[in-house]
Design a protein around this ligand. Structure first.
Ligand code: HEC
Length: 132
């Protein structure tokens, strides 16, 4: 009986730690995709390439996931930066739809300041006093 309890406790522990690792990986995965999508988006905007719209829609979806993630935390500053990124992508989409490339560039610059603001506070390896 004692052995069984120990086995169960160990299983539970393993389960909890795998789940935690899974959640962290998932957020990091969103960021990796956002980084790649944002890079491609910037390139396509500078080339005035209509495929920019596909990247912009992907970026908006990823930004929404970032907002959802931070809304489950008490960090209202991070939520605000994430929402700015989301709203910025909506502006980029609208600008591309009207072929207003200059406006798209300006919206991109606004988004970038919000990526950076959040990374300064929450990204490990930057200053990150609050994250983890
Ligand atoms: C609200 C906060 C927040 C915003 C906004 C944000 N990020 Fe991040 N980002 C993070 C955090 C936190 C990490 C660290 C994740 C980790 O290592 O677990 C990160 C990590 C990254 C990484 C590194 C992923 C890796 O390989 O480890 C990239 C690339 C990235 N972000 C791109 C972006 C881009 C591009 C934007 C803006 C379009 C952006 N991020 C906006 C919080 C944010």
């Amino acid at each position: 009986m004692k052995k069984l309890v120990w086995t169960m406790a160990l299983c539970l522990l393993a389960l909890v730690s795998t789940n935690e690792g899974g959640q962290e990986r998932e957020y990091k995965q969103i960021m990796i995709e956002l980084g790649a999508t944002f890079q491609s988006l910037g390139r396509n905007i500078s080339l005035e390439n209509v495929f920019a719209i596909t990247d912009a829609r992907d970026a908006e979806k990823l930004a929404k996931e970032v907002v959802d993630y931070w809304q489950k935390t008490p960090n209202s500053d991070a939520v605000r930066w994430a929402k700015n990124v989301e709203n910025g992508t909506a502006e980029v989409i609208a600008a591309i739809n009207r072929s207003q490339w200059q406006q798209a560039e300006e919206a991109m610059a606004f988004i970038r300041t919000n990526c950076e603001a959040c990374h300064k506070v929450y990204r490990p390896g930057e200053r990150a006093p609050l994250y983890r």
